[in-house]
Every structure is written in structure tokens, then in C-alpha cells.
Design a protein around this ligand. Structure first.
Ligand code: HPA
Length: 250
């Protein structure tokens, strides 16, 4: 029987599991929009059902522009989720968003292109013009911030996420432009995911894990490597379970 899901978590780069969590079920779901990035794993945490999906696939096989964001969100909805916590690995642009910082952004700017970014894609489907003034659910953001506080984990409240195309990292000039536009964080997967969640009627918030200074922002400039990104994510991943446990109590 399909369990009701109290919270769905989408894991980003370096987050392919939830530490200490044993999956109890694994759902291979087919959706109207095709196949998601992988199986939807289900676990019981503190008596609540949590679904988990690795956005890039469990072997990080999918580049950001190849992810079927529609299928991922639809699969979580089919599994019974109405709330989605997106974990996004990002670069930090402005001063408060250095490596290993956790942040809950409140705004975003979409610089991606060529991605299927709406449920209205197919000719003949309903044309949706959803309100996106506030791209993240204020209820879920508030709950997430209070879950971080109760867990004693420092978190930056707010910030603007710039979604870039990738998979390459940005140039110094591109980041200077993002900074001028008001972006604090840069990542490659925040859109179209947030927009699609709104179209699907899912409550959606993002917990950003800053993995590196974005191009040209490091006071001690050096080449940004995947090893640095993964090691910074790995060093904060243990902060996630208590945050989730608290969030599930909200
Ligand atoms: N830019 C874009 N996406 C990222 C970065 C970055 O510097 N770091 C981790 N994801």
C-alpha cells in the first residue's frame, strides 16, 4: 500500500543518502512526464514517512540540464508527497554565504535555457500562469528555519538564488553580473524545479549547502574542483538528520 508521505527530500550534488536512515521501501515510478532520476526511497523517521530522491541519480549520472524535473516532482507527488524540501549544492557570491554555510533562500532568478520548464509544454495542455512572486513556500521556509534553530544549526535566512545552466561553472564576469542582479547564491538546479513545484501545487523550499565561493568571489582565489565541492558538502551532511527530525515535528 502507498504510504502517505509527510515530507519529500530531493538530494543534490553530494547528497545521495540521508545519514543514518535505512530505506524501507523503494518505488520505481513511471509518470506522465517520463522517468524520474531514480527510485523514490521511503523511510520512517520519528514515526513519519519521508521520501527521498537523488536529483542527479544515485551515481550522479545526470547533468543539470538532462534532469527530468517534471518527472521527479510528479513521482514524489504520486508517492503521496505534498511538501518538498530541495537540497541544493551551490556556490556563494556575497559575504554571508561562504563555504559550508547553510541558507534558506527566499528569492530566485532563472538564467537557465532550453529546459522543459512547465507542465504547459505539450500543445493542448492547459496553459498555467501560476503566481511566482514568492517562489518558495513561506510556511515550509519558516518551518525549516525553526527546525535548523532547534537543531542548533546556524542557517542564513533568505538570499537570492541564481539558477545557471551548467554543467560548467561560471566565469568571473557571469558571477559579477549575478551579483549586480542581486544574487547571493548560484546553482544549476533551482530552476525549473521550483516553478514546476508551484505548478504541481507542491509546497516547496530549498536548503542550500554552500560548497565553494563562486567564480571570482574567493578571497583566496584558486581553481574550484569537484573534490572541494564534495568535501564541503560531506562535511555538512551530518547536520541534516536533526534538521529533518525537527522539521517532521512541525
Ligand atoms: N556555480 C554553480 N553551481 C554550483 C557551484 C557554483 O559555483 N557550486 C556548486 N554548485
Amino acid at each position: 500500500m502507498k504510504p502517505e508521505i509527510d515530507l519529500a527530500v530531493i538530494g543534490g550534488t553530494g547528497v545521495y543518502r540521508l545519514p543514518g536512515v535505512q530505506w524501507q521501501q523503494s518505488l520505481s515510478l513511471e509518470t506522465l512526464y517520463g522517468e524520474p532520476s531514480g527510485a523514490v526511497r521511503i523511510a520512517l523517521i520519528g514515526g513519519k514517512n519521508v521520501a527521498f530522491l537523488a536529483r542527479h541519480g544515485e551515481g550522479h549520472a545526470l547533468a543539470p540540464h538532462r534532469i527530468n524535473y517534471r518527472a521527479n516532482l510528479q513521482a514524489l507527488k504520486q508517492a503521496g508527497a505534498s511538501k518538498v524540501l530541495a537540497i541544493n549544492t551551490v556556490g556563494g557570491i556575497t559575504a554571508n554565504y561562504g563555504p559550508r554555510v547553510l541558507a534558506v533562500p527566499d528569492q530566485l532568478i532563472d538564467y537557465t535555457w532550453g529546459r522543459v520548464s512547465t507542465l504547459s509544454e505539450e500543445v493542448g495542455s492547459e496553459v498555467l500562469h501560476v503566481d511566482f512572486t514568492e517562489p518558495y513556500s513561506s510556511q515550509l521556509r519558516t518551518a525549516l528555519l525553526s527546525a535548523c534553530n532547534s537543531a542548533g544549526t546556524a542557517v542564513v535566512n533568505g538570499g537570492c538564488y541564481g539558477a545557471t545552466q551548467g554543467p560548467r561553472l561560471e566565469t568571473r564576469a557571469e558571477i559579477a553580473r549575478l551579483r549586480q542582479d542581486g544574487c547571493d547564491l548560484v546553482g544549476m538546479t533551482g530552476m525549473p524545479e521550483a516553478g514546476l513545484a508551484r505548478e504541481l501545487g507542491l509546497e516547496y523550499a530549498s536548503l542550500c549547502v554552500v560548497a565553494n565561493w563562486a567564480a571570482g568571489c574567493d578571497p583566496d582565489p584558486h581553481e574550484i574542483t569537484l573534490a572541494e565541492v564534495l568535501s564541503n558538502v560531506e562535511s555538512v551532511i551530518d547536520r541534516l538528520p536533526p534538521i529533518l527530525a525537527n522539521l517532521l515535528k512541525c
